[in-house]
Design a protein around this ligand. Structure first.
Ligand code: ZN
Ligand code: ZN
Length: 257
């Protein structure tokens, strides 16, 4: 069975909810309900001020039955990413896992429903090229242990015209070369596209290239921990995956599932 959730947001999308025992305790409660034993907290880089690592360690110490780890989801936010990277680099040795993602095309927060009309301004293949180029840049900046929601650009159902391989192959080669993971994210099942991140053809390539995977719900509320994991487990077994990656202080270990 799946036991690890490597993408979660205790602060959600708020900057007034710093880590306290009251904030974190429900994440232990719901992790237990979902039978999870290894969970990384990966709040968005732009809320790093709320990621109080002392509070985290007190929490980790209290919760004996679940191995909680500290992490951050770092992205290309044009306004905050410089400060986010500084915080992450300063605290790198105290973090277990750094998740990398792309949420912006230039200044456009393309995954925000409010701005989704802007998809109409693009040639879709140019947009896909730009999105995956941004992922390559992110990887080349370093510090990342694994990639989040690899094909997030499909979030509202806008599909590329060329084969997806054309856009993704170089990215996966780079992932392989740098020894990173790619997450299997059930968040896609809660979005308009209603499909796992990443899509079928990309999963086949990941399997073929023997790239290690993490499993993730991208929960922004504790009750979404382990969301869709029974379905995900069946899928992964059908694809022939027998291991998932876990991290401790950025060191990867593969665990049979
Ligand atoms: Zn994200
Ligand atoms: Zn996230």
């Amino acid at each position: 069975m799946l036991f690890s959730d490597y993408h979660n947001h205790p602060q959600g999308h708020r900057d007034d909810l710093p880590y306290t025992q009251e904030l974190l305790m429900p994440w232990a409660e719901y992790a237990r309900k979902a039978n999870l034993s290894d969970v990384v907290l990966t709040d968005h880089g732009r809320y790093h001020k709320g990621v109080n690592l002392e509070e985290f360690l007190i929490f980790k110490d209290k919760v004996k039955d679940i191995n909680f780890k500290s992490g951050i989801e770092i992205d290309n936010d044009p306004e905050t990413s410089k400060a986010d990277y500084e915080w992450m680099e300063k605290n790198f040795d105290r973090l277990d896992f750094v998740l990398g993602s792309i949420h912006f095309i230039d200044d456009w927060a393309f995954d925000h429903p409010y701005y989704k009309e802007q998809f109409n301004d693009w040639d879709i293949d140019e947009l896909y090229s730009k999105y995956f180029d941004n992922i390559k840049k992110l990887i080349n900046k370093g510090f990342i242990d694994g990639l989040a929601h690899l094909d997030l650009i499909k979030i509202f159902g806008h599909r590329q015209k060329k084969e997806i391989k054309f856009f993704v192959e170089d990215v996966l080669k780079l992932v392989k070369q740098k020894g990173l993971t790619v997450e299997m994210s059930t968040a896609g099942w809660r979005k308009p596209v209603n499909e796992l991140y990443p899509q079928h053809e990309i999963i086949l390539m990941i399997k073929e290239m023997n790239i290690p995977i993490t499993t993730a719900s991208d929960a922004h509320t504790a009750k979404d921990l382990g969301y869709g994991y029974d379905r995900l487990y069946k899928m992964l077994k059908d694809y022939g995956f027998n291991q998932v990656a876990v991290f401790e202080k950025h060191k990867m270990k593969l665990i049979p599932v």
